[in-house]
Each structure stands twice: as C-alpha cells, then as structure tokens.
Ligand binder design. Sequence first.
Ligand code: SF4
Ligand code: SF4
Length: 258
Amino acid sequence: MAGVSRLQYSTEIRLIRVMCSGRVDLEFILRAFSNGMDGVFIGGCRLNECNYITHGNYDALNIVLLCRKIMEHIGLNPERLSIQFMSSGEGILFTEVVDDFSKKVKALGPLGKGENRDADELKSKLAEVRKLIPYIKIVKRKKLESRLENEKEYDGLFTSDEMDRLFSEAVSYYIDPDNCQACMICAKRCPVEAIAGGKNLIHVIDQDTCIKCGTCFDVCPPRFGAVKKFSGEPVPPPIPEEERTIVRKSKKTVADKT
Ligand code: SF4
Ligand code: SF4
C-alpha cells in the first residue's frame, strides 16, 4: 500500500516478502544479524485478523519474543528486533513504524559496536546459537504454540533465567562405542546425516552437524542403549576410525581357532 500510494519511507530498509509472517523463522532473523544487519523488522497482519485458520502472525510474535531473549543472552540489544502488526491497507502506519524503527536502530549504532561487543566473539556466539535452533525449537515448542492476548503475557512468555538454563543445559548425543551394535537404525533416521557408520562399524555422531533432535536416542534399540544423552557437559571425543570395526564374537571365535 505504501508503494501504491507513493509514500516515502526510510531507504535503509531492505524488504523481503514472505507469504505470511509465520514463515519468518528464528534462523532467518539470526542469519540477518550474522550477515551484519543492524536491525530486523517484521511486519505482520493484525492479530486475530488472519484470512486463514493458521494465524501465523502469532507464530511470528512468539519467535520474536524468543529471539529477543536470545539476543539479550548473547549480549545484543533486543530493541534491534521489532514486530508490528497492521493491515495491508495501512500504508501510512507502515511508513511510520519503519521510519521509527530505522531511527531507533541508527541510534543504537552498528551491530555489536553499540553493545561494546567484540566482533569475532559476537560472530561466534551467533554461530553457536544458530546451530542450536532446531534444539531450541523442540525444547520450546509448547510455548511457541501459545496464543498471547496482551503485552503483559508477551513479557512473561520467555524469561532470562530460562534462556540461561536453555543454553547451559543444552544436550548433546553420543554413541557409546562399547554398546553400539551397528544396526544402522540411527544413521537411517538421522534427519541431517550426522551419523557416520556402516555394516559392522561402530557409529559416530558428527557433533558439528548434529542438530540435537534426539531421534537417534529414541530409535536406538533398548537392548543396545548405545546412544547417550549429555546435558551441559562436553561429549567424549569420537573413537578413531581404525578402531570402529566390530568383531562379532562368533567370528572372533572362528578366527581364534584357525
Ligand atoms: S540427535 Fe541424533 S538423530 Fe538428531 S541430528 Fe543429532 S545425530 Fe542426528
Ligand atoms: S541404533 Fe544404536 S546400536 Fe544401532 S547403530 Fe545406532 S547407536 Fe549403534
């Protein structure tokens, strides 16, 4: 509407159109900051005025509330992220909120510098958090489904303590080489191919690729119980490749006899 009405607004903003504000994932926001954007503004339809049954604008709101707490946790000013709701006919409102946001971000200064954060440290913090996005979304899925009614509820949805706990107690999964029987179920079910293995090979999780979904933990047959969950502590290093072959007892006995 702003364009059709030839309304002018800040030239510092770059528009990315999505079909619904609910499409804006936590990853999109953090990627924008990782790529050096100083602020992220999300415009969604008015709450409770969604044309469909999906009400994706509530999802966008919850993602923003979560992301703002994450930003606080890593030392970024949460005011760099904003969501506003308006109808497509409210061009003037759009230009006003965009201009206000642009001014606010300018006053905050460049990302990181305004917060006195070391650029490399901030970059690695953002990378660390982005790796945990699937885990965060799984752990917080109930809250992310909330339909909040007012600003008071917005404030209480996620807390700083909760964020501190979320990151300090983040889980990792590890395959115990003594228990793995190379049944290959976990590797077949891992959604990101983070598990290396094969026939008669002890399976190993690539911690850099793992998104901590917990599927391997759930599917490893209880009689093997090879996948271990670690919370808030480092996992042991992977077993060296040359030691991954499993020698079955029966074969070992035959080999021993010959
Ligand atoms: S938790 Fe297991 S299944 Fe999930 S991504 Fe990590 S290795 Fe794959
Ligand atoms: S499911 Fe369990 S036993 Fe089977 S390969 Fe994976 S870790 Fe090993």
